[in-house]
Design a protein around this ligand. Structure first.
Ligand code: FMN
Length: 219
């Protein structure tokens, strides 16, 4: 067996003092349970608890996934929000196939949440408000609108960023029209609580006709 393979086999999972999860006491609304788990991660000082993997597919059905930051959760609609440039690969994929999946993993708690559903683009006003709430550097970068295009010359990036900063200094309210706040309207949310002895607990919520139901799943 190769050294790396052995090293991977020897690494621990689900170690440490894990929280408990009683699915019988779980709320009827998965947004409430998600919020409780997220706040528990924040309280425990877990780094970047709002980082999540966003999975999309392109028009040929090929999946792609990347990490993004959760911007907000709208409990009334079960809406998880994130923002992206419409012309980025993920933006183009969401235009072609407006469905996505999100995965959160809070390692010290051995907790995973999987969320899936259709994605809608919010109004230009809401998208602009999201953009204007970003820090200056993040806005200057996003104004470039060239995310994931080939970068042949790093000097070109520095010059473009400097031009973007100059533009923001002249027009502090500049907003790229392609900046989009997206809302994933969950129709499925699964909570997974890991256990050191592999007695993992899975609670799966499904929404049908606007009503949430939940059931346990085999781990
Ligand atoms: C912790 C973390 C947070 C990130 N947050 C964002 C984000 O909020 N928005 C974003 O466009 N990219 C973010 N990225 C970069 C994306 O993972 C990705 O590289 C980029 O959006 C290009 O993706 P695309 O080519 O699929 O469009 C983040 C990466 C990491 C590791």
């Amino acid at each position: 067996m190769s050294e790396l393979r052995q090293l991977l086999r020897d690494l621990e999972v689900f170690a440490g003092d894990l929280p408990t999860f009683d699915p019988a006491a779980a709320p009827a609304d998965p947004a409430a349970l998600f919020t409780a788990w997220l706040l528990a991660a924040v309280d425990a000082g877990i780094p970047e608890p709002h980082a999540m993997t966003l999975a999309t597919v392109d028009e040929d059905g090929a999946p792609q996934a990347r990490v993004l930051i959760l911007k907000n959760l709208l409990p009334a609609t079960g809406g998880w929000q994130f923002a992206a440039h419409l012309a980025s690969p993920k933006g183009r994929q969401l235009t072609a196939v407006p469905r996505a999946a999100l995965t959160f993993y809070w390692q010290p708690h051995a907790r995973q949440v999987r969320i899936a559903g259709p994605v809608v683009a919010e109004t230009p006003e809401r998208s602009a408000a999201d953009f204007l709430a970003r820090g200056r550097t993040a806005r200057a970068e996003a104004l470039l609108g060239r995310q994931s295009g080939p970068l042949t010359d790093p000097a070109e990036r520095a010059a473009a960023l400097a031009a973007s900063r100059d533009r923001l200094a002249r027009e502090p309210d500049a907003v790229p029209p392609e900046w989009t706040l997206y809302t994933l309207l969950a129709d499925r949310v699964e909570f997974w609580q890991g256990d050191r002895d592999r007695r993992h607990t899975r609670l799966d919520y499904r929404r049908t006709d606007g009503r949430w139901t939940s059931q346990l799943l085999w781990p």
